[in-house]
Write a protein that binds this ligand. Structure first.
Ligand code: HXC
Length: 510
């Protein structure tokens, strides 16, 4: 019996070594942790339960017959993050470069099936040379099976992809279909075709980092939602994100203990909006001052800075925040901002996370590039996302909200539950100057007349009261009481029930 137990331990030890000491050393030399080290840091200490440690590939082609390594290049299983169950897989670059074989893919599918069935998130750590070249179409089939499960899991359990090494070719489409992608700076990259193929086909010379590094994907392409300095920082932040999310679409996000008075008044907010309407201010200050303990987890911080998205807690409950940022493009909505916010709103709605919208928006960004780029279709995404969302929606207009953007930004007309405005808010079709120039074009030569007309328009519309008279704004609130008002609003909406008509699925303008 003892021999048998020792044999098991020996087999386990071999499997835990993956591709062996020298390949582990090479992994460390690149500043990367191994698959098992990553899992250990991601999950609560000692909570990891492994599946399929002894699974090996079945390929005999190209000399693969006697190369089987237990685990086959991916470590899979489940464990907990702050006591809540999570399924994980971590590709092991030390075994065949983490490449995906039929058996490797089957291991990932097994834990994804369990995650969907048992209602727990999936976190995938990607570090792979792509399809196992020796296996050919068997490897492509494995990817296809994973893709299908990504789609089945979408909107059912949160899926997070941590890109911690290469992720290239069709392999990128699995992370692309998950809810959030994080990348490690300088040691991870994602592209459909790498620099060599690009050079051959288009004659463009580009480095892997420029083509698909963390900076490219968080700043330019918006493929990724966050970039981190190293593996350790990313894993810590993934734990932090998971704490904001429910385990599945039938559960609420966890309520965390909080040590911040929900009725806290913030008198500094009374002077947040500058007297000069053209002067910007930092909307993040408002977010931090509303949030429990000022804690804000920002999503896509480096992309489309004119809109801010991320998670806070109010009375310990998760809330998704969407906010115009007057510091960037005056807070205009454009193609990028609309796409970014629309995806975030849909994530929140799919997982029953209430949405707080902070509005200071002069309208959609004018320009040929915007129109030719399809701002109509992209802007409609955000409108659509807000309109279909059935989660509690609380909106606060801090300064201006004009035109179509007024309607889009979680207005009363899109089933906003609480629509508050600060006394500094202007709810109007457009700014007074623009309005006067259209209405009184014939008087444009007379500066005094135009100034008087502008003043008249301002007096009538440059305030929240016209909208409040119609009930489009429920209440004009003091800036200093925003946290209290918003927290009470969400508290009153905890039992909200709203259903859209039955449909197979909608047809959001993609
Ligand atoms: C089998 C692979 C492999 C692969 C790497 N290895 N990629 N084995 N299939 N796809 C093995 C290497 O042979 C090597 O084995 C070990 O992993 C480490 O690889 P190195 O090349 O030494 O590492 P490095 O220099 O860091 O380069 C990493 C790399 C490179 C850039 C990822 O390995 C590479 O270019 N690999 C091939 C990438 C590729 O073309 N994949 C197919 C893409 S098509 P030893 O034994 O020496 O340690 C695709 C389609 C997916 O993925 C479609 C889905 C629908």
């Amino acid at each position: 019996m003892r021999d048998i137990l020792e044999e098991l331990e020996a087999r386990r030890a071999t499997a835990r070594l993956g591709g062996g000491e020298s390949r582990i050393a090479a992994q460390h030399a690149k500043g990367k942790l191994t698959a098992r080290e990553r899992i250990d840091l991601l999950l609560d200490e000692g909570s990891f339960e492994e599946f399929d440690m002894f699974v090996a590939h079945r390929c005999n082609d190209f000399g693969m017959g006697d190369t089987a390594m237990p685990g086959d290049g991916v470590v899979t299983g489940w464990g907990t993050i702050n006591g809540r169950m999570i399924y994980v897989f971590a590709q092991d670059f030390t075994v065949f470069g983490g490449s995906v074989s039929e058996t490797h893919g089957a291991k990932i599918c097994k834990i994804m099936d369990m995650a969907i069935q048992n209602g727990a998130p999936v976190i995938g750590m990607c570090d792979s040379g792509g399809a196992r070249i020796q296996e050919g179409v068997g490897s492509l089939a494995a990817y296809g099976e994973v893709f299908q499960r990504n789609v089945m899991a979408s909107g059912v359990v949160p899926q997070i992809s941590l890109i911690m090494g290469p992720c290239a070719g069709g392999a990128v489409y699995s992370p692309a279909m998950t809810d959030f992608i994080f990348m490690v700076k300088d040691s991870s990259y994602m592209f459909v075709t790498g620099p060599d193929v690009v050079k051959t086909v288009t004659n463009e010379v580009v480095s892997a980092e420029e083509l698909g590094g963390a900076s490219t994907h968080t700043r330019k392409s918006s493929v990724a939602d966050g970039a981190f300095e190293n593996d350790v920082e990313m894993l810590a932040e993934a734990r932090r994100l998971i704490d904001f999310l429910p385990l599945n679409n039938r559960e609420k996000a966890p309520v965390r203990p909080f040590f911040d008075d929900p009725a806290r008044l913030e008198h500094s907010l009374d002077s947040l909006v500058p007297d000069n309407p053209n002067q910007p201010y930092d909307m993040k200050e408002l977010i931090h001052k509303i949030a429990d303990e000022g804690d804000f987890f920002e999503i896509q911080a480096a992309f489309a800075g004119n809109i801010i998205t991320g998670f806070i807690r109010l009375e310990g409950q998760s809330v998704g925040v969407v906010a115009n940022q007057p510091m960037v493009l005056a807070g205009c909505l454009d193609i990028d901002a609309s796409r970014k916010a629309a995806r975030f709103v849909r994530f929140c709605d799919a997982f029953e996370i209430p949405i707080l919208t902070l509005v200071d928006v002069p309208g959609f960004l004018p320009g040929v590039a915007q129109e030719l780029g399809g701002v109509i279709k992209h802007g409609a995404k955000l409108l659509f996302a807000y309109a279909e969302a059935t989660v509690p929606k609380v909106t606060v207009v801090t300064r201006k909200t004009y035109g179509g953007a007024y309607v889009v930004m979680a207005s009363k007309h899109l089933r906003g539950d609480f629509n508050y405005a600060w006394p500094t808010a202007e709810v109007a079709v457009m700014g007074a100057k623009g309005a006067t120039e259209i209405l009184y074009r014939s008087e444009l030569g007379d500066a005094a007349k135009i100034a008087a007309r502008t003043k008249e328009y301002e007096d009538r519309f440059a305030n929240p009261f016209v909208a409040a008279e119609r009930g489009f704004i429920d209440e004009v609130i003091m800036p200093h009481s925003t946290r209290r008002r918003v927290a009470r609003a969400f508290a009153s909406l905890r039992t909200k029930k709203l259903q859209n008509p039955w449909k197979k699925h909608d047809n959001i303008p993609l």
